[in-house]
Ligand binder design. Structure first.
Ligand code: DAS
Length: 356
């Protein structure tokens, strides 16, 4: 009888020790929350050969995490399904709902980092939005994939592992919102989807901030524009983004689209011009009419790289227009939509475009 009770005590003791060790190991690991929104990273195709033909936003976050047990090596992860959509269908309401959740989570002492899984089509817009309005130095990493998890050489699993690894890293704090795609760590402000059909799709004209390889971060530069804790914008202080639309410049362009958009109740119009933000001579009066209605006019460019010079292609001082600096039209829309949640004149808006 004595031997039996000794054996039971021994096993109980060993079990307790193992549990204590496990608990200690878990408490030693950072806590990362994964907010899933949909996209290809949650996509599924009919066969392994369908790397480009598939349905996005099908796999729930719990299944994504269950398929990647290696995440437990780097962090204690929890998943939340914020939405399940292809990101080309994102709206300002989707951005606000996601941003409010991120803002609430980063205030929690038991949250060390956030990962947002997202479609790649508008990933750059969401990453820039969070970069502007979330007041935290904790790492926030937005991640997607160019191929569904069902495809040969799918990129989602490693992109997600990299995202969690970076979000769990102390050295990723204070660098603004980050994007991990294809082994690179990009700035959420600078990165854009440059290619629409290969895994090396995301680039910044100013280069990545660094790389992540086998769970280790290698940093080579840091952002200089204002973000997160240094931002004057805070998602806790507004409930909706300002309405802003984009019109493009091209040969033979007419003012039809611009006139229609100018009547839609917007607060700013982004002109994605040719070259250095050039405006066709027949479009200048149309933009002046828009400005005369009190709508801000912001000159961006359809050309991927470079930046729009103020008073170069157009007399911005004279017309009371703003230039988008190096921001492409879709990023300029995000900044204007955030900035114009507050009343301001074009001089103040131009300062914001220089600083963010
Ligand atoms: N339609 C794309 C999107 O959801 C799929 C993707 O690349 O994520 O953004």
């Amino acid at each position: 009888m004595q031997l039996k009770s000794k054996l039971i005590n021994l096993v109980a003791g060993l079990g307790l020790a193992a549990l204590t060790t496990l608990a200690a190991a878990q408490s030693a690991k950072p806590n990362v929350v994964i907010l899933a929104t949909g996209g290809t990273i949650a996509g599924a195709g009919a066969s392994a050969l369908n790397s480009a033909t598939y349905a996005a936003a099908k796999v729930p976050v719990d299944k994504l995490l269950a398929g990647l047990p290696e995440l437990a090596n780097v962090a204690n992860v929890k998943g939340e399904q914020v939405s399940q959509i292809a990101s080309e269908s994102f709206t300002n309401d989707n951005l606000m709902k996601l941003g409010k959740r991120v803002s609430a989570l980063v205030k929690q002492a038991d949250v060390d980092g956030i990962v947002v899984t997202h479609g790649t089509d508008t990933l750059e817009e969401t990453a820039y939005f969070l970069n502007l309005v979330i007041r935290t130095s904790k790492p926030i990493v937005v991640v997607g994939s160019m191929r569904p998890g069902t495809a040969l050489s799918a990129d989602g699993a490693l992109n997600l592992y990299d995202a969690v690894s970076v979000a769990a890293s102390k050295d990723a704090a204070g660098k603004g919102v980050l994007v991990t795609m294809n082994d690179e760590i990009q700035s959420g402000r600078d990165v854009t989807k440059k290619t629409n059909i290969k895994t090396e799709a995301f680039k910044s004209q100013w280069g990545p901030l660094g790389m992540v390889v086998e769970g280790n971060n290698y940093w080579f530069r840091a952002p200089v524009k204002r973000h997160t804790l240094q931002s004057e914008f805070n998602i806790d202080e507004f409930e909706a983004l300002a309405p802003v639309e984009i019109v493009y410049g091209y040969g033979n362009v007419s003012r039809t689209a611009l006139d229609a958009v100018g009547k839609s109740g917007i607060k700013a119009l982004i002109h994605g011009g040719t070259g250095n933000g050039s405006v066709a001579d027949r479009i200048v009066p149309a933009l002046q009419d828009v400005r005369a209605k009190g709508i801000q006019v912001i000159r961006s460019s359809r050309v991927p790289d470079g930046f729009v010079l103020r008073n170069a292609e157009q007399p911005d001082d004279k017309y009371d227009w703003v230039v988008a600096h190096d921001l492409n039209p879709q990023k300029a829309r995000i900044l204007a939509a955030v900035a114009l949640t507050k009343p301001m004149d074009s001089k103040e808006l131009q300062r914001i475009f220089w600083q963010y």
